[in-house]
Design a binder for this molecule. Structure first.
Ligand code: NAD
Length: 502
C-alpha cells in the first residue's frame, strides 16, 4: 500500500514540477482520474478502465473523422482484420465539428454515437454514459493537445496524429500526463512501423556508413502564405467556434478547413509542422536523439521575412546538436531540414557528381565511410563500393504488421490487465513528444530570430531557450494564447465539457 502511494505521489510531484501547476489546481484532475478509473493493480499502478477479454471488441472513439481521420479509421479496421489473429475493434463514437464529415463517416459506421464537441464525448465517458477503451485523435494540430489530454486524464489509451501538439509547452505537458497515466500511446507517424525505416536504423546503428556527422531531410511541399479573408462566410456544416477550440476566437478564414489550416501559425506550422515528424523521425530515431539527456540544439534558419499570420513559402532549419555523453571535442551533430523547393547542397553535389536525381529520397545521412539516402520505402548506400561490402545487420528491432495495429495490440494487453511497456508502441508519447519538440523549436527559431545569421539555443531539459538575444521572443512562442476555459490545467480539462453549449 505504501509503495502504491509513493509511486503515485512521485508521479504527481514530477508532473506538477514540470508543468508548473499548483497543488490546489491539480487536485481536481486526480479526483477526476479516481472517479473514472476505480480499478488498479496491487501495486497501485493504473489499470484499464474496463477489462476486456481477447474475444471482446475494443471500443474506440474517433475525434476528427474527415481527411486523415477517415484514413485512420479505415487503416485501423483493415489492420485489425488482417493477419492470422484478427483484433476485434468497434468504432463506438464519432466526433467532428463539421456535420458534413460526421454524416459521411457515419454512413460507414452507422451504429456509432455521434458528437460535435469532444468535451461532451469525454463528459459521457466520465459519467459512464458511453463505454470507451481508447481514443483516436485526427483533428488539426491546434486541438491535438486538448483532445489528447482529456483522454489521458480519463485513463484512456490514445493515438494522436502528428505533430503530437501545436506548441512546445503542450508537447511537454502531454508527455508528462502520459507518464502518469501509463496508458498505451502512439503518434500518427505510420512510416515508423515500416520495414525500410527499421532497416535503416539498424544499418546506421551498426556503423554501415561509419560515424554520422550530419543528416539532411527535405520535402518539396509548400504549406504557406495563409492570409486572413475578412467577411468570408462560414460553411453551413461547420461549427467554426468549436473548430477554433482553444485558440483566441477570430473571424472565419475562407477555405481554412479542411487542410489549409497548415498554412497558418495559429493552427499549424507550415510544411515543417506537416512533414518533419515523418521525415526527421528517421535520423532522430537512428541517432538515438530521444534518449540523450542534456540534449541542446543551436538552431539557425533561413527563409523569407517572417509573416505573423502565414507560414513561409520555403524554409531551411539547422539544428547543431550536443549532449554531455557525446565524446568531448567532437563537432555537434548537424540535422538540417529543407522545404518548399530548398535543396540540401550535399544532395545537389552528389546528384551532380553521379548524374542522378537523389531528390527522390527525403533523407541523407553523411557518415565517415559514406552516405545513406532513404525515403519511406527504400534506401541506397553510396559509394557503390561501400554498398557492396555492407552486410545487412541481423534485425534488432521488431517488425510490426502496422502502426495502428501495434497500438491496438498494446491497448488489448492493457485492457486484459497484462503488463504493458511504453516500448510496445514505437511512436509512444515519450519518444514522440521529444521529436515534436525538436520540430516545433525549429519553427520557433525561424519566427523569433530577426537575422539569418542569428541562432537560438534550445535546451531539451528545461524546454526553454537560454540567454540568447532572441530568448524572450522565442520562449513566448513555446505556448500559444488560449481562450478562457481552454487550458491544459487539469482543473479545467473535464469540467469545461460540462459547461459546453451543445
Ligand atoms: N499521418 C499522416 O500521414 C497524416 C496525413 C494527413 C494528415 N495528418 C494529420 O492529421 C490531422 C488532420 O489533418 P487533415 O489533413 O485530415 O485535416 P482536415 O482539416 O482535412 O481534417 C480534420 C478533420 O477534423 C475535424 N475537426 C476539426 N476540428 C475538430 C474538433 N475540434 N473536434 C472534432 N473534429 C474536428 C474536421 O472537421 C475534419 O473532419 C493533422 O494533425 C495532420 O497533421 C497525418
Amino acid at each position: 500500500m505504501l509503495s502504491t502511494y509513493k509511486h503515485d505521489l512521485m508521479n504527481r510531484r514530477r508532473f506538477l514540477q514540470l508543468s508548473g501547476f499548483s497543488l490546489a489546481a491539480s487536485s481536481a484532475l486526480w479526483s477526476c482520474q479516481t472517479s473514472s478509473r476505480q480499478r488498479s493493480r496491487s501495486d497501485g499502478r493504473p489499470i484499464a478502465k474496463y477489462r476486456r477479454e481477447r474475444d471482446q471488441s475494443l471500443r474506440i472513439a474517433c475525434i476528427g473523422v474527415g481527411g486523415r481521420g477517415l484514413d485512420n479509421l479505415n487503416e485501423l479496421l483493415a489492420q485489425c482484420d488482417a493477419g492470422p489473429n484478427p483484433q476485434f475493434v468497434e468504432i463506438s463514437a464519432l466526433c467532428d465539428v463539421d456535420l458534413g464529415m460526421l454524416d459521411a463517416t457515419a454512413l460507414r459506421i452507422p451504429l456509432a454515437k455521434r458528437y460535435r464537441d469532444f468535451r461532451l464525448l469525454y463528459r459521457d465517458i466520465q459519467a459512464g454514459a458511453i463505454e470507451i477503451d481508447a481514443v483516436l485523435v485526427s483533428t488539426p494540430d491546434h486541438t491535438h493537445a486538448f483532445a489528447t489530454a482529456m483522454a489521458l486524464a480519463c485513463g484512456l489509451p490514445v493515438y494522436c496524429e502528428k505533430p503530437l501538439t501545436h506548441t512546445v509547452a503542450e508537447a511537454r505537458t502531454i508527455a508528462q500526463m502520459a507518464r502518469v497515466a501509463e496508458v498505451p500511446t502512439q503518434m500518427g507517424t505510420q512510416i515508423h512501423a515500416g520495414n525500410n525505416y527499421r532497416t535503416v536504423v539498424e544499418l546506421i546503428r551498426s556503423g554501415a556508413i561509419g560515424e554520422i556527422s550530419s543528416a539532411d531531410c527535405w520535402d518539396n511541399r509548400s504549406w504557406c502564405c495563409g492570409q486572413l479573408t475578412p467577411g468570408a462566410l462560414v460553411p453551413a456544416s461547420l461549427d467554426w467556434d468549436l473548430w477554433q477550440g482553444p485558440t483566441l476566437p477570430s473571424a472565419y478564414i475562407k477555405d481554412v478547413a479542411p487542410a489549409n489550416w497548415r498554412r497558418y501559425w495559429k493552427y499549424g506550422s507550415g510544411t515543417l509542422g506537416d512533414m518533419a515528424c515523418h521525415i526527421l523521425d528517421l535520423p532522430f530515431w537512428a541517432l538515438g536523439l530521444g534518449d540523450q539527456s542534456g540534449l541542446r540544439a543551436e538552431i539557425r534558419t533561413d527563409g523569407p521575412a517572417v509573416d505573423s499570420v502565414g507560414c513561409p513559402v520555403s524554409l531551411e532549419v539547422s539544428w547543431a546538436l550536443t549532449w554531455p555523453s557525446r565524446q568531448a571535442g567532437k563537432d555537434p551533430l548537424i540535422l538540417r531540414w529543407f522545404d518548399g523547393g530548398k535543396v540540401s547542397p550535399t544532395v545537389q553535389e552528389l546528384s551532380a557528381k553521379d548524374g542522378q536525381n537523389y531528390g527522390r529520397f527525403n533523407t541523407l545521412f553523411q557518415g565517415s565511410k559514406g552516405f545513406l539516402f532513404s525515403n519511406y520505402d527504400e534506401h541506397l548506400i553510396l559509394p557503390g563500393a561501400l554498398a557492396e561490402k555492407v552486410v545487412t545487420p541481423a534485425p534488432t528491432l521488431t517488425r510490426p504488421a502496422g502502426h495502428h495495429l501495434e497500438w491496438i495490440n498494446a491497448v488489448r494487453a492493457w485492457t486484459m490487465d497484462l503488463e504493458t511497456k511504453s516500448e510496445m508502441t514505437g511512436s509512444n508519447f515519450e519518444y514522440a513528444s521529444r521529436l515534436t519538440e525538436l520540430v516545433l523549436c525549429g519553427a520557433i527559431a525561424y519566427r523569433s530570430v530577426d537575422s539569418s545569421q542569428g541562432t537560438i539555443t534550445y535546451d531539451f531539459e528545461s524546454g526553454l531557450v537560454g540567454a540568447d538575444g532572441w530568448a524572450i521572443k522565442a520562449n513566448k512562442l513555446m505556448t500559444a494564447p488560449s481562450r478562457d476555459g481552454w487550458t491544459l490545467d487539469p482543473t479545467n480539462l473535464i469540467f469545461d465539457a460540462a459547461r459546453s453549449r451543445i
